[in-house]
Design a protein around this ligand. Structure first.
Ligand SMILES: CC(C)[C@H](C(=O)O)[C@@H](O)C(=O)O
Ligand code: SF4
Length: 465
């Protein structure tokens, strides 16, 4: 059969049966869990006396609530200690492998899966976390699921799911110096809207996407969900295979060749039929910064903040501008910065730290700016330290922390204060996201963030690179 997308193929290969309600029962290849969304589902399982059906397809880490400084046990925050202990008890009881604080592999779930080679092309990957779309960077179908679905996967290895339409987003041209996958996905979300992807899975393609390394593709797919899409993926290619080769959980020996053969076969056919196609000019993309309180309220660094009436949601734009204290006609460039947060499952990988360090090297964070560098995992942290990046950050006035979600969501005590503006490499900027209702978040790439930390105001990274 030809004319099928990767999504169609992965779907068909995992479909167990059509359910009476019209949904499809889909088999799950990889189930990742973390401490925030798994406890209730484990509870439901135990109420019925069930075991985890496929413990060897289930992997756990801890990320949202872990401190990024003192990690001695018991954790100082009692609630965090309770959640971590509960996860430890659950994985122990059900025979699930756990990348805990002492494992050397702990980190943000969407960083750990790909970097250990757990996430592979053609797989269905689920996690009780909206940014599971990240895993699509490797040609997997990554979907965030809710508590009752986590329970279902534990008990049966399957979920009930609705098939979506596929929108191909074709980005031609080449991203310029100082322009990254983050700027690309912010551009896409501006173009299509934060709800534009509802009912769709996004297939990212075109030369600007193919040129991205896997870490760039991970950042791109990560924010698919911020554009409303159920998932996002890039067709697997040589870049994907090179990335996976030799990773701890990737196939090896004869299994490797067989796997690559399968991975090639699940790419979208050249004549695949799409429900929608959108073209974006990669050459024209600028470093992007959000001016509002959702990721679609975003402009190029030199572009004017829009008149609310010229946006698709004037009321939301007005409220957002009031909260952010910006006016139509202003540029975001030059806005005063109090805090910068480098990290998260969007941009907490080695290449992100490298780009920020490249900008920072030889300079220091501006007086009065608080700067956090939080690697996405222990693996990322160790590699960064091997390269001496920790010293670049420390010499430049950044705090070099232990891995976790940290100030992306402020569940671990790392938080901004009322009135502060934080430039953040994360993916969400709604009011209160970084821990203070009166705090402001500006989303950007790691390079823009680092340039802004040095100048103390939002800065075009191309001025510094
Ligand atoms: C806590 C978790 C359920 C949540 C998510 O689903 O995405 C978090 O990771 C986030 O980024 O808001
Ligand atoms: S880093 Fe942020 S977006 Fe990613 S899983 Fe953690 S809280 Fe969610």
């Amino acid at each position: 059969m030809s004319e099928r997308t990767l999504y169609d193929k992965v779907w068909d290969n995992h479909a167990v049966q059509e359910l009476p309600n019209g949904q499809t029962q889909l088999f799950v290849g990889l189930h990742m869990i973390h401490e925030v969304t798994s406890p209730q589902a484990f509870g439901m399982l135990e109420e019925r006396g069930y075991d985890v059906a496929f413990p060897d397809r289930t992997y756990a880490t801890t990320d949202h609530i872990v401190p990024t400084e003192d990690r001695s046990r018991p954790l100082e925050d009692e609630q965090a200690e309770t959640m971590l202990s509960a996860l430890e008890g659950n994985v122990d009881e059900h025979g699930v492998e756990f990348f805990g604080l002492d494992s050397g592999r702990q980190g943000i779930v969407h960083i750990v899966g790909p970097e250990l080679g757990l996430t592979q092309p053609g797989m269905t990957v689920v996690c009780g976390d909206s940014h599971t779309s990240t895993h699509g960077a490797l040609g997997a179908l990554g979907m965030g699921i809710g508590t009752s679905q986590i329970r279902d996967v534990f008990a049966t290895g399957c979920i009930a799911a609705d098939k979506q339409d596929v929108r191909r987003i074709e980005v031609d041209g080449t991203l310029g110096e100082g322009v990254y996958a983050k700027d690309l996905i912010l551009t896409i979300i501006r173009e299509l809207g934060v709800e534009g992807g509802i009912g769709y899975v996004y297939e990212y393609a075109g030369s600007a996407v193919e040129d991205l390394d896997i870490e760039g593709r991970l950042a791109l797919c990560n924010m698919s969900i911020e554009g409303g899409a159920r998932a996002g993926y890039v067709n697997p290619d040589e870049t994907t295979f090179d990335y996976l080769k030799g990773r701890e959980y990737a196939p090896s020996g004869d299994d490797w060749d067989e796997a690559v053969g399968y991975w090639r076969s699940i790419r979208s056919d050249d004549d695949a039929v799409y429900d929608d196609v959108v073209e974006i000019d990669g050459d024209g993309i600028e470093p992007m910064v959000t001016w509002g309180t959702n990721p679609g309220q975003v402009v190029g660094i030199d572009e004017a903040v829009p008149e609310p009436d010229e946006t698709n949601d004037p009321r939301a734009a007005r409220e957002a501008q009031e909260h952010m204290n910006v006016s139509p006609g202003d540029t975001m460039r030059g806005v005063n910065v109090d805090v910068v947060f480098l990290g998260s499952c969007t941009n907490g990988r080695l290449s992100d730290l490298r780009e920020a360090a490249r900008v920072l090297e030889g300079s220091e964070v501006h007086d009065g700016v608080r700067a956090l560098a939080v690697p996405g995992s222990q693996t990322v942290r160790a590699k960064a330290e091997d390269e001496g990046l920790d010293e670049v950050f420390a010499d430049g006035g950044f705090e070099w922390r232990e891995p976790g979600c940290s100030m992306c969501i402020a569940m671990n005590g790392d938080s901004i204060e009322d009135g502060e503006l934080c430039v953040s490499s994360s993916n969400r900027n709604y009011v209160g996201r970084q821990g203070a209702e009166g705090g402001k978040t500006v989303l950007s790439s790691p390079a823009t963030l680092a340039a802004s930390a040095v100048r103390g105001e939002i800065t075009d990274p191309r001025e510094v690179l």
